[in-house]
Design a binder for this molecule. Structure first.
Ligand code: NI
Length: 174
């Protein structure tokens, strides 16, 4: 396993649409996912998408137990999500703070669908089909945005609620 370098906002690779994964069970996919989990854990993130490590494929990892970057967040199961599709359930939105390992040191309030169904595949090509809400739904929407070449600041509507973590949340890690 290896820690992968994280791309930061401004890198054009973060704004590209990721390619579908066509083949499961390959050593390349297995090692990419292992390295992504290790990189996410080392950075203290709750999610990481392949484009953030310079790989333009539709792979995201996410999950958390207790996370000092998001102390109030409920746990989300550790998940590998490949070729995801999101369906909003209802039209209710929810606003909450987000950060991103590709946008270090900043936080912003982002509107997201409150409830979603998401479908895709795990590392072995087994189907994933979940209906979730709240923080879990937010994490999935954030990671799927990465696969579509979008970063959360592109969804911020109120720029009075976008700023530096050390100013907004002085007790919190980056
Ligand atoms: Ni992110």
């Amino acid at each position: 396993m290896a820690l992968l370098p994280l791309l930061k906002m401004g890198d054009p690779r973060l704004f590209q649409t990721a390619e579908l994964v066509r083949e499961f069970g390959t050593p390349e996919l297995d090692s990419l996912v292992a390295d992504m989990f290790e990189t996410m854990a080392a950075a203290g993130g709750v999610g990481l998408a392949a484009p953030q490590v310079g790989r333009g494929v539709q792979v995201a990892v996410f999950g958390s137990e207790k996370n000092p970057r998001y102390p109030e967040a409920p746990p989300v199961p550790m998940t590998v999500l490949v070729n995801p599709v999101i369906t909003p359930l209802g039209d209710e939105e929810e606003e909450d703070w987000e950060g991103c390992l590709s946008v270090p040191g900043l936080r912003g309030v982002v509107p997201r669908w409150k409830r979603i169904r998401y479908q895709g595949f795990d590392l072995h090509g087994e189907a994933i089909d979940r209906t979730v809400e709240g923080f879990h739904a937010r994490v999935v929407q954030h990671e799927c945005d990465h696969l579509a070449g979008k970063l959360y600041p592109m969804r911020v509507r109120d720029f009075t609620r976008f700023g530096f973590t050390e100013v907004l949340f002085p007790d919190r890690d980056g």
